[in-house]
Design a protein around this ligand. Sequence first.
Ligand SMILES: [Mg+2]
Length: 479
Amino acid sequence: MPAYDDSDFDLPLLSPVQAQKDSSTMHANGNGLSVENGNGAIEIPATRSSMSEAAKYMHNLSATPSMRDRRSSRNSFGTALPIPRAKKHSRLSSVHPRSGSPPLRELLASQAQAVNPQLVEKAKNMAFAFDIDGVLVHGDRLIPEGCRALEILNGDNELGIKIPHIFLTNGSGKIETDRCAQLSKILRNPVSTDQFIQSHTPMSALSEYYRTVLVVGGEGYRCREVAEQYGFHNIVVPNDIIAWDPTIAPYRVFTDEERATSRPRDFTKICIEAIMVFSDSRDYATDMQIIMDLLRSKGGRLGTVAEDPVAERIPIYFSQGDLLCPTEHPTPRMSQGAFRIGLEAMYKALTGADLERVVYGKPELATYKYADEILTSWMQELHGEEKLPQNIYMIGDNPASDIIGGNEYGWNTCLVRTGVFQGGDNDENNPANFGVFPTVLDAVKKALRNELGPEFKVFFDEKINPVLHGTAADAAVVI
Ligand SMILES: [Mg+2]
């Protein structure tokens, strides 16, 4: 952005006489306000530019939130992002019978696979990563094609084979077990926590680095539960701080119930080691005030102000960077990215320094590296083979996170029309490299046929038993 000088905006103002002419409406005309047929309003020349002052306070990377011009990370300071090691499954777990699959069907499937070893190898060398909202569901509502797509990958295909797939979402605010239980119900297909990554899931690794953290965002105390689950020892949420000193958030109406459920402590005696924004803030004014107090404090101790804002500053992490998110409202609502940009500008205005921060979630590299870990371990769970499939298909509805992230990571990317993307042939800035599809089902079928051949059948026919109906040679293989 060019630096603007106030003189650039010394625009001619209407005289009061001009302003009293014509109709009774007042509107912005691009050069200031004009008042028509007013009752003698006087216009006083502005002493400040009418242009927003935000640009000079913005973080360089946040000033251009589109990722078109910068194909790298939003994390500008070379910060390392720790990710957890995925749980390794014992080989025993992979031979346990799967729930929901009748033994006969398992037997028939293993026979179908035994006569097509090359196809099986190909099926084990591909995988899917699904975005959830706008692809498989809209909020709590199922997108019907999503259910069918998952049935195919869970074994309703020619080989009766499970094709590995994970769920990779920038969603947040619930513990993984709860969210997976809810999704399993909505999708009518099992969703295991071992194949599920939400925006803050990789942040569980940070519990090895910090003991006392401020956790921000989400409904009620749910994100405190998430942090507990991740192994953080001493979790502070904004309500704990308001209960200790209500004057810290002068405009907050603090209810008796909130007071009763909070955990006030003497925060002058506690050093908060890091700030974790796990989910969308429910109260920007309060959360921003508390975060700013902590960022400017001496090493995370409330009630202090650091002389050097940078040297004693505690780190801040955001679980994802989306500027907007679609909701039931006709136009998308602001999300964590907007909250972060606000904080960055405030911080720079107050201290003169850039706010170093770390962002997880799609399209950040750390999240994709973690997806590799999860896929490898899920392959072990499904097929007893601890390896990463080579041909991975990301299916998403948002070019700015799902598609750009997948493209950068060397995945095949499929853009669907059931969510954020409503454009033409493909997205102009971040085109999906495998194509644009009406629904997730179309994308899954095309990907399967791309890897397994155009004739690959996306249903399992129990009547076609390779032992009973195949050739004698085929039967000999499996007996
Ligand atoms: Mg989405």
